[in-house]
Design a protein around this ligand. Structure first.
Ligand code: GDP
Length: 321
């Protein structure tokens, strides 16, 4: 991810780094190039504008031009602004009135010592609801998270598929359960999603499970039925996390999907999948600022262990090389 952006920014900043002194025009030209690089990486325009505005204001405020190592200072300012953009501090995210938990989320994201990006502070069995469009990687991600909770957090996890739309979906989760050694709820044909969710929670309680992962149905498009179903399941299970799974490779469409899901059902975080195939990174860079919700995890491949925490510091480091 970010190959194109990383190369472009690297070139611009490398030129600055070497200069003993910088003119205002040098900084202006560099910012123009950074702007183009971000737009080419498919970052949403308002986010780019915010970012450039932040960097400019900080560069002026810190008297970069007069400093001893002006190039280094600009690079540091760009780095910090990238971290803020990814963590949702400053700029567009602050303008979102819905984002009352924004700062707390951002701090949690930054904390490299945090055991896991997900909030599991609730009475067990803790429900985690997985939502998203069909083909986004929802079922795969459900199993990846379950495996990670089992392996690294020593949690007892039960997975349940609420997807009664596609006959193969419940079976797919059962196969992944066998592959990962994570328990799955038995399949009862003809049962409706809300009834399956209730049965999963009941089984979770009886079986002494720590976490119950609920994989909802995906559709090709966002529609009222899908949202209604998710809302009903949310009502009966009261999940600690409602995670939207969305494909990074669809770029800004991923941000649109996340915004619509958040407005319709309320999501607590985002899992961005297929970042291994996404060279531009626009969705990853715009998501937080536009939706006000944090990207908590990212899928980096088809294998069950290809799941990483989304850490703004580390991502910014990766972009700037
Ligand atoms: P769902 O319809 O949303 O449940 O999607 P699936 O979980 O069935 O995933 C669809 C396809 O995407 C499968 O072939 C997965 O192996 C693949 N997939 C899921 N996540 C990732 C990822 O992070 N990287 C890559 N390369 N493939 C992924």
């Amino acid at each position: 991810m970010f190959e194109g952006l990383s190369g472009r920014l690297g070139d611009v900043l490398e030129r600055l780094r070497g200069k003993a002194s910088l003119s205002e025009d040098d900084v202006k030209d560099a910012m123009r190039e950074v702007r183009v690089a971000l737009l080419e990486a498919d970052v949403a325009l308002p986010v780019v504008k915010d970012f450039i505005g932040t960097v400019r204001a900080r560069a002026v405020g810190q008297d970069v031009i007069k400093s001893v190592t002006p190039g280094q200072m600009v690079i540091k300012i760009v780095h910090d602004a990238l971290v803020d953009m990814l963590a949702g501090r400053g700029g567009a995210a602050d303008a979102d009135p819905d984002d009352s938990a924004g700062d707390a989320d951002a701090k949690a994201d930054d904390d490299a010592s945090a055991p896991f990006a997900l909030d599991l502070n609730a009475t067990p069995p803790v429900p985690i609801l997985m939502v998203g469009l069909q083909g986004s990687g929802k079922t795969t991600t459900t199993a990846k998270i379950a495996l990670r909770l089992t392996r690294t957090q020593r949690k007892k996890v039960l997975m349940a598929s609420l997807d009664v739309q596609r006959p193969a979906a419940q079976h797919q989760l059962a196969v992944l359960g066998e592959q990962t050694g994570v328990d799955t709820l038995s399949i009862v044909m003809g049962q409706k999603p809300v009834a399956i969710a209730k049965r999963a929670m009941e089984e979770g309680r009886k079986g002494g499970y720590d976490v119950v992962m609920l994989d909802t149905a995906g559709r090709l498009h966002i529609d009222d039925d899908l949202m209604q179903e998710v809302a009903e399941v949310r009502k009966v299970t009261r999940p600690a996390e409602t995670l939207l799974v969305t494909d990074a490779m669809i770029g800004q469409d991923a941000v649109v999907v996340a915004t619509e899901f958040h407005e319709a059902v309320g999501i607590t975080g985002i899992v961005l999948t297929r970042v291994d195939g996404d060279s531009r990174g626009g969705a990853a860079l715009s998501m937080r600022a536009i939706t006000g919700r944090p990207i908590k995890l990212m899928g980096t491949g088809e294998k069950m262990d290809a799941l990483e925490d989304f850490q703004p510091e580390r991502i910014a480091g990766r972009i700037l090389g």
